[in-house]
Design a protein around this ligand. Structure first.
Ligand code: FAD
Length: 77
């Protein structure tokens, strides 16, 4: 059986060198970057509320950061 629950994602990431925090979540900086430069993480597998809208906002923000189109929070209304 393939286990695709969110909690398995950090363990798979760990296999490629991604560091986890003390609760088994992917450790990211405030730009959703893990310690592996090409790997970002969002949603339930990083610290924070495990809620759908939070995961969605994380995803949008991470993509904007990766694309270089993120608006600095100091300029947001
Ligand atoms: C029963 C239940 C009720 C909920 N009710 C609410 C609610 O009312 N309101 C709310 O805001 N939140 C609710 N949530 C929480 C919400 O569903 C999650 O916070 C949200 O889905 C997290 O999004 P995510 O993208 O991080 O993870 P997910 O939505 O879990 O997406 C992860 C995806 O990665 C895939 N995946 C996993 N491992 C692998 C792998 N190795 N290879 C490829 N793909 C993989 C999975 O199949 C899945 O599609 C509920 C959760 C549950 C379980």
């Amino acid at each position: 059986m393939t286990d695709h629950s969110t909690t398995t994602i950090p363990r798979h990431a760990q296999n490629v060198g991604v560091k986890l925090d003390n609760r088994g979540r992917v450790a990211v900086d405030d730009h959703f970057r893990s310690n592996v430069p090409s790997i970002y993480a969002i949603g339930d597998c990083i610290p924070g509320p495990m809620l759908a809208h939070k995961a969605e906002e994380d995803g949008i923000a991470a993509v904007e950061i990766i694309a270089g189109t993120a608006v600095p929070s100091t300029l947001q209304p």
